[in-house]
Unconditional design. Structure first.
Length: 383
């Protein structure tokens, strides 16, 4: 029976404990498992290899993304690290020029040292993609919507253009979550999440995951996960299992707040530009409308003048919004990418894609939109 997103969010991957009837998956805080005889165990031998709490979460994550397999790691970047390690020296990856700062750092400062080449292009330009693909290309790394410019990439078009040919199409689905976007159904091969963000949803855990359908690739990734060891712990797995039970409700509110705040910003005289895929004027709006069921609660904007001083003044003037890195929690956050999340990206590189000195990013929480708008309004008045 095909189930709706909400039903899946609540029930995916979990069942009551057979021994006790406990409705919530226990936190199996254990490193090892008793064997009744040599090799005679219940499927668990050592918790780096597999732990029952992590196992339940991995199944839940797979079900949410409509995937056959799920793997959970100690952070989003650990999940990416595990995936890139299937590549060999000489292999090439094509990625977006508006990439999450930590992903850019992982690619350029770590994996380039191991002989893997990264080519950052505008993935909304299909001609640029076609001319970037060569015989060494093994992976296309998509982020959509991107962080923080909210650029939209057409997952289906890219999958049709390069998939097969020994090229894996991988999508960082952190911003959209499986509630708004299902990349595997659009032809992608692997989905990655920083579960730290919306999946966990409460700013209390750092975690990452990979979801995919291919059995051989799953075996490779699991072997790497066990060999390198950057696994998600049982307590953190429990927290994310709990988080995803309300993912559909939270995403609905994040999207509603996104729409309301964008309307406010768009009509405010001190605002220069607003970046949100739900705007009809957004260059990726048509693709977003096709591949997403709603537009999310991440917004970037610039204030007239577009400079560091005004931006810093603004982010320090708000009271309900909290000045912090990260996103996707129940509380609204405000950030200044140029000096926070994107500080590790060279100024020329970030400005080329639009991360100007004055850009401000909002992660809308699930508070009342009237209060959020009043808070922003007060901050504008103080400028
Ligand atoms: C946070 C984030 C990551 C990295 O995840 P961590 O859990 O912080 O390691 C990757 N991609 C995006 C889009 C993110 O927001």
């Amino acid at each position: 029976m095909a189930k709706g997103k909400g039903t899946r969010a609540v029930h995916a991957g979990v069942k009551p404990c057979e021994a006790t009837g406990a409705i919530m998956t226990p936190i199996y805080q254990t490193s090892t498992y008793v064997q009744e005889g040599v090799g005679n165990h219940k499927g668990y031998e050592y918790s780096r290899t597999l732990n029952p709490t992590r196992h339940a979460l991995e199944n839940a994550l797979a079900e949410l993304e409509g995937a056959k397999h799920g793997l959970a790691f100690g952070s989003g970047l650990a999940a990416m690290d595990n995936l890139i390690k299937i590549l060999k020296p000489g292999d090439e990856v094509i990625s977006t020029d508006d990439l999450y700062g930590g992903s850019y750092r992982l690619f350029t400062t770590v994996f380039e040292n191991y002989g893997i080449k990264f080519n950052f292009i505008d993935l909304s330009d299909m001609d640029a993609l076609k001319s970037a693909v060569n015989q060494n290309t093994r992976m296309v790394w998509i982020e959509t919507p991107t962080n923080p410019m909210m650029k939209i990439t057409d997952i289906k078009a890219i999958s049709e253009a390069v998939s097969g040919n020994d090229v894996l199409v991988c999508v960082d689905n952190t911003f959209a979550t499986p509630m708004l976007q299902l990349p595997l159904a659009q032809g992608a091969d692997v989905v990655m999440h920083s579960a730290t963000k919306y999946l966990g949803g409460h700013s209390d855990v750092v975690m990452g995951c990979l979801m995919l359908n291919d059995d051989d690739l799953d075996l490779k990734l699991r072997t790497l996960q066990n060999s390198c060891g950057a696994i998600a712990g049982p307590m953190d797995s429990f927290l994310v299992l709990r988080g995803i039970k309300t993912l559909h409700l939270r995403m609905q509110r994040h999207c509603e707040n996104g729409k309301a705040v964008v309307e406010f910003l768009n009509s405010h005289p001190k605002v220069e530009r607003v970046y949100w895929p739900g705007l009809e004027s957004h260059p990726g709006h048509d693709v977003a409308k096709r591949q997403m069921s709603d537009f999310g609660g991440m917004i970037s904007f610039t204030i007239a003048g577009d400079n560091i001083e005004t931006a810093h003044k603004f982010v320090e003037a708000v009271e309900i919004f909290t000045l912090a890195e990260s996103l996707g929690g129940v509380e609204s956050l405000i950030g200044h990418p140029a000096t926070m999340t994107h500080a590790s990206i060279p100024k020329e590189v970030r400005e080329k894609v639009g991360v100007t000195d004055g850009l401000i990013r909002l992660s809308l929480g699930v508070e009342d939109s009237e209060d959020l708008i009043a808070d922003l309004s007060r901050a504008f008045d103080k400028l």
